[in-house]
Design a protein around this ligand. Sequence first.
Ligand SMILES: NC(=O)c1ccc[n+]([C@@H]2O[C@H](COP(=O)([O-])OP(=O)(O)OC[C@H]3O[C@@H](n4cnc5c(N)ncnc54)[C@H](OP(=O)(O)O)[C@@H]3O)[C@@H](O)[C@H]2O)c1
Length: 355
Amino acid sequence: MKADLPKVGAVVLGAAGYGGGELLRLLAGHPAVASVQAVSKSHAGKPLWSAHPNLRGFVPGDFRAEADWDSFPGAEPIVVFSAQPHVTLAKELEALEAAWQSAGIADRVTLIDLSGDFRVREAGVFAEAYGQAHPAPHRLQDFVYGLSEWNGAALKGATRIANPGCFATGVQLALLPLADLDLGFVAVGGVTGSSGSGALPSETTHHPTRAGDFRAYKPLKHQHQAEIVQSLAARGATFDLAFVPHSAPLVRGIFITAQFRLPEGVDGPALKARFHAAYGATPFVRILDGSPRLNAVNGSNACDVAVVVEGRQAVVFAALDNLLKGMAGQAVQNMNLALGLEETAGLWSAGGYPG
Ligand SMILES: NC(=O)c1ccc[n+]([C@@H]2O[C@H](COP(=O)([O-])OP(=O)(O)OC[C@H]3O[C@@H](n4cnc5c(N)ncnc54)[C@H](OP(=O)(O)O)[C@@H]3O)[C@@H](O)[C@H]2O)c1
């Protein structure tokens, strides 16, 4: 940690949601964070534990209806995390920026959006992926895509960051080391737990309809495919990709399976060497033999990646906690990279085992 860096003031918008709760937990234990404002429209005035019972006694404080932008009189960096439904931040962005201007803090704010609003760079791609027009298309180019392991250089000093989707994080960590290979066609299956759908119950997350069930959803047209394709294309990938997500009777976790045939001239050891070259020096991506396990990543910011090759057939697996490496953990990792803090600050903790 840089000794001369001022302590950080943090604000979480949408703080009563699942991602908000994980942000509050991580920020409370972060060595560089001096204060946290938890902003929630639905829980304003209530204690944090009213939405996040795990925080009771560990993280004191109440939700507030609005952020107090005048409460940062020093020189400290201010990091605003937006953990709200899609298009909420895109609609509010310019009013928020005006409020930061009038409070005299605009040049100290780093904004990290956890929704899908600013992940893709083209308005037409957004409209196709999310089924609606983007409310602020002229701002799409202003955000750095926050896939920490791949965009570290661009994230340093960034003030507008789009945190990747949870599936998208796993698929990209599995496939970006192979972007320059002529893989032809890659079949990608993804499995997610119910917390991926947020805190408000729905038919697809309600326990009786979910606990014993297993289903595919949005096959070949999940919105994360747009950001995955964008990142792969930016690194020269030409292969075709088909992504089929599944809902599993789990609470947490993303499990990715990407299958393809080895291209000519590439064997198993060469394929695995690419992953060691890409991630050997990164703190959170672990390279395994065999299958990753959700029990080994849930509760932590780790992503476990494994490569299995038999003859000309290859599969790459990736497993991560959707609420941590797929969301709040990666957002804190991106805050650390943006502010020049240790990348692992506030995140260096294994999850519990089992589960
Ligand atoms: N869950 C995941 O695994 C995951 C992973 C990566 C990214 N994300 C994205 O991160 C964002 C937050 O996800 P989350 O799982 O934390 O969401 P969530 O639990 O459903 O809700 C987060 C907050 O959004 C507000 N909200 C929820 N439903 C709303 C509605 N119908 N109208 C207006 N406001 C509403 C509430 O804010 P107040 O607290 O102000 O009431 C709520 O606390 C979403 O854009 C999501 O797609 C989620």
